[in-house]
Design a protein around this ligand. Structure first.
Ligand code: FE2
Length: 327
């Protein structure tokens, strides 16, 4: 009797074990191809960039103007000395190139600077900003190039050890012909003005909700010219309402890296802040007559994660109102 009970228990255990194993095998068999496809897309999206076109028209823009907008390069190089990126831009023939910040990786520079803070030595550029500089040099040979800070540059400006490094970086940018627009503006064409917003690092603090007033944008970017078409280089897209109220006609932003992982019908999943489902992650947005273009960025840092979200070089064709000129 006892033996029979034992045999029954063993049979029951064997049945449960086999049923469990089969279910596990089925799950693994189904999950494996999905995992392989996921990894393949991940590898592909981390190693390429696409050229994305946008068109903007406004009566105050006197003639056609082609701008290339690059942001969040984060020391990425496509080919040696960013050759592939430069070739792609050469094919576009822009009137100007706008750089929206985050060209370097702040933590990498800060670590290197702190290790050498006693000696005051600044390492050769190849070790911390070589990819960015080779791109800038290649660009300034052919086009006017304008640069405005992202949070990675801003963070270093107030760091005691890394401060001299970022000032060296700015000097090298200027030496190769880049016009730095931190809280400055410049004319791109007759009645088309470009402003560089330089947000203090407090507006990038993690795990906090930030707000920005149009008055603060005025302090950080300057006073907009109401008779001109005003383009604002604003790294962080979250403050779109304030930018529009300030007087921007076109805002160019990045920072969110497209939401890193993008899913159909959902969009970007996570911003580097980090925050889930960022409101502005990629593409065009409108607020009254103000338009904002958010680039997916051209590089990544810390966690190189791009899924259905390749890097982007944005091309913006500006022109007069439809019907009054060709676009
Ligand atoms: Fe950023």
């Amino acid at each position: 009797m006892i033996n029979n009970l034992l045999v029954d228990d063993i049979r029951r255990f064997f049945f449960i074990f086999m049923t469990g194993l089969n279910t596990l095998q089925i799950i693994l068999t189904a999950a494996l191809p999905i995992l392989i496809v996921f990894i393949l897309i991940l590898v592909r999206d981390n190693s390429r960039f696409v050229i994305r076109h946008y068109r903007v028209s406004d009566g105050r823009i006197p003639k056609q103007l082609k701008l290339v907008f690059i942001t969040d390069l984060h020391e990425k190089s496509y080919g040696e000395n960013n050759r592939k990126l430069l070739e792609a831009i050469e094919g576009i023939c822009p009137d100007a190139v706008l750089i929206g910040g985050d060209t370097i990786i702040a933590n990498r520079v800060r670590k290197l600077a702190r290790r050498r803070s006693g000696s005051g030595e600044i390492l050769p550029v190849g070790q911390w900003c070589g990819c960015s500089l080779s791109l800038m040099k290649g660009l300034t040979d052919k086009y006017p190039v304008y640069f405005s800070n992202g949070n990675h540059e801003t963070k270093l400006c107030t760091d005691p050890a890394a401060g001299p490094w970022i000032r060296t970086f700015y000097k090298m940018l200027e030496d190769c012909g880049v016009k730095i627009l931190n809280r400055e503006s410049t004319g791109l064409a007759e009645s088309v003005i470009l402003y560089g917003l330089d947000l203090p690092k407090e507006y990038y603090r993690k795990f906090r909700k930030h707000s920005l007033s149009p008055e603060t944008v005025r302090e950080l970017a300057g006073v907009p010219d109401r008779d001109s078409y005003n383009i604002l280089l604003a790294h962080k897209p979250d403050f779109f309402d304030a930018y529009a109220e300030w007087g921007a006609d076109l805002v160019l932003a990045g920072h969110v890296h497209g939401g890193m992982v993008r899913l159909p019908f959902i969009g970007g999943i996570v911003s580097p802040n980090p925050s889930l489902f960022p409101k502005y992650s990629k593409g065009e947005y409108e607020n009254g007559s103000c338009k904002m273009i958010v680039s997916c960025g051209t590089g990544m840092h810390t966690l190189p994660l791009r899924f259905l979200n390749p890097a982007e070089v944005s091309v913006i064709d500006l022109g007069p109102e439809t019907g009054t000129g060709e676009l």
